[in-house]
Structures are given as C-alpha cells and as structure tokens.
Design a protein around this ligand. Sequence first.
Ligand code: HEM
Length: 463
Amino acid sequence: MAVVVLVLGVLFVLCFCSALLRWNEMRYRKKGLPPGTMGWPVFGETTEFLKQGPNFMKNQRARYGSFFKSHILGCPTIVSMDPELNKYILMNEAKGLVPGYPQSMLDVLGNCNIAAVHGSTHKYMRGALLSLISPTIIRDQILPKIDEFMRTHLSDWDNKVVDLQEKTKEMALLSSLKQIAGAESVLISPTFKPEFFKLVLGTLSLPIDLPGTNYRNGLQARKNIVSMLRKLIEERRASKEDHQDMLSCLMRNEENRYKLTDEEIIDQIITILYSGYETVSTTSMMAVKYLHDHPRVLQELREEHLAIRERKSPGDPIEWNDLKSMKFTRAVIFETSRLATIVNGVLRKTTHDMELNGFVIPEGWRIYVYTREINYDPFLYPEPLTFNPWRWLDKRMESQSYLFIFGGGTRQCPGKELGIAEISTFLHYFVTRYRWEEVGGDKLMKFPRVEAPNGLHIRVSSH
Ligand code: HEM
C-alpha cells in the first residue's frame, strides 16, 4: 500500500511540475516572440543558466538559433548571440535600446550614474568623463600618478606569498582613487576601501532591503562614500588650493565646458571607480596567470620591459613613449581579455514594444547582448583556446567590427586606454622586479564572473 501511495505521490508531483512549466510557457506564447523556453514561474531558467554557464547558452542556441527568449536573473530576457544583431543593438540606443542593468546596481551607483542616464544627459555625462581622461591628460597627469602608485604597490612583495586577486583588486581601486583625489587619496583610502567593497557587493545583490543583506549594506556604503566625497569637495572649496587631479577638473566649473552639480560629480567619481575596478583587476590577475602558464610569452614580455628599463635610470618613471612602445604587452592584455572573457556581454532593455530581427520584443524586456562566443570563433581566432598574444600584433585585429571586449556603439568603453595604461604599468613593475610561482590548489571560476573564490596565491621572489 505504502509503495502505491509513494508512486501516486511521485506521479502527482511530476504531473504538477509539468503542468506548471506548460502553463508558464503558455503565458509567454504571445505571437511574435522569438523561440525559447521560460522555465519556472518567477525563477525562470536562472538555476540552469548559473549551473551550466556558457553551455546553457550554447545548448539553447543549438535548439532555437542565435536569438532566443528565456527568463534569467528575475527578468524575461532575449539572448542575442548574433554578431550583426549585437552590433545593431549597441548602435541603436536612440531607438529605445537603453542599458538594462539590475535595479540593485542602479540604486547603489546613483541616479546620475552613466548606466542610469540616457539621451542628451548620457551624452553630457559621457563628454564630461571623456574630458577627464583624454590622451593628453593621461600622458601629462594620470600616467605619472599610475607610475608612482604601482612602484609603491609592488615594492614589498619579495619573499612573500601574496593573494594576487586581493592585490590586483586593491591596485585597481587605489590607483583610481589616486587619479581622482591625488594626495588626499592616501588619507581617505583606509576608510574608503571597506565601504567600496561593500558597495560593489551591493550592486551584485538581489534588491531586498532588509538588515544584513548585501543590498542594504551596499546602500549604506553608498551613503558613507557620498558623505566622504562631499566632505572632500567642501574642504577643497574652503582651502582654494590648486590640485591636479580628476576631482579638481570636475570642480573647476568656470573654465569647464561640462558643468556638473555636486551630486553629478560624486556619481561620476563612483562611476569611474566602479567601471574600472573589476575589469582592470581581473584582467591583471588573469594576465599574470597566463604568463605563468606560458613561459615563452613571459620571456618576450619581460624582454620588452627590460629593454625599456635599459633606456632609463633605475628611478625613472614610465612615460607616454614607453607606454606606446609596449606593443607586446598590449597584445597580452587583449589576448587575456579574449581568452578569459572578462566581460561576457552587456545588458540592454526595451523602452517600448519593438520589432527586432523579425520578432516583437515587449516593452521592458531585457536583452542580453551575449558576446562571449565571438571570443572563441575559430574563423576570427584560429585555435581559439590557445593563449597566443602574437595574433594581436596584426593591428587590424583591434579594429575588426566584431570585437566587443570593450563593448561597442554609443556606450563603448571610454576608459579603454586608461585601463590598458594601468595594466601595462602594473605588468612592467611586476615582471621586471619579480619571479613567481603559484602556490597551487586555488580554484578559478570562469562563469558568471572570472574569479578565484579563495584567492590566487603566488610565491614571489626578486628577479
Ligand atoms: C580592461 C579594462 C576594461 C574593460 C574590459 C572594460 C569593458 C567595458 C565594457 C564591455 C563596457 C560596455 C558596457 C555597456 O555597453 O553596457 C564598458 C563601459 C564603460 N567603461 Fe569600461 N572597461 C575597462 C576599463 C575601464 C576603466 C579603467 C574605466 C574608467 C574610466 C571604464 C569606464 C567605463 C564607463 C564609464 C563605461 C560606460 C560608458 C557609457 O555608458 O557610455 N572602463 N567598459
């Protein structure tokens, strides 16, 4: 009897689940939507997406083509894996394809954050940002700060086991902070750093505003960071001292083409810190990982940097011409970003019902412009799973139209050259000063983000 009840129970559960899935599919069986599956009510296919990672995307593409619907991370979503369409989506924000980042990210990063603004406001905020990081400013003001920072940051690693992930994260944050707040950055960094790390966690959380949640902590961290920056702005106004850094450029209202309110200045600073944080730190960490695993690449990179050092006295900083001569380093950075896929794609959402690729996409649906697979296309990158920086020495590679490592269209990364300058300077001091070996046993995750859950430990000694 018990067996019969058990079998009936299992049958009932199976029937119920299958009916639920069917009902959920029917809800979305509106005419005109792309093919695909929507999974469970509320949860959609998030579990499969996170568990199977890139394979989930590849399987769905094999069944439904390069443009399919799903329900992931709490939203009905269209996944676009078609390079031509991806280009079209990124170029056509004006047609209603605006950034579609999660609510928690927008709440924590602020209303004037670049991802939260569209149209003319976006143009204005982007223009203001670009004016802070023009090639001339990088050459004259930012590069000397990066150089000074990297020398100190990399000064005492000899004979130590360091967690490279922790060090590159710290490097990305504190180097940006120095570019923003010059000398004062050293004073504020001990209080700033823990708040910033909480802010980052808050942007990646579910928007549940309860005590102890990452979201609540992220909002609180934002408040603390805003008050620290506001205090800094007020002190600078009171002292009237002249500074040569990003904050002083943002505050110089009279001569500035872009006049920002204090609220906009603060959100612009948070944008710069946040956008360059994980991208620069993870690329730097993965570059070191690949260099460790590919001694021939390391040798060529080291030769490039030792040649630069030979032209200089020991204390001389890296200058613009040195940076421009780092052709192989640049190639290593591009190959690292490609092979590790630091950025899987970007998110957009529709502001109204619209036709796309012959389908109708409802208002408010998210579009995941998923660019990861392009990085492993054997027609674009022969032997795509091999770490081969030499492929980037052909200059045409950087301008090919399907390269989305730094995004594309109207929101293409404005910090690309700044990021490359930071990573190059970091690699310069790292490979000219040190040898290293991995302690071993550390796990590396590639999806949904590239990270070492328990750190990436290396044993460092002088070169
Ligand atoms: C290796 C380093 C970097 C990588 C791989 C990278 C990648 C990207 C990508 C893929 C996008 C497009 C996002 C989208 O379309 O929604 C983007 C946008 C952006 N990046 Fe970067 N980035 C890097 C470094 C930096 C740095 C150092 C900064 C600092 C200024 C920065 C600032 C930004 C900003 C502000 C945007 C938004 C632009 C807009 O919405 O108009 N990035 N980045």
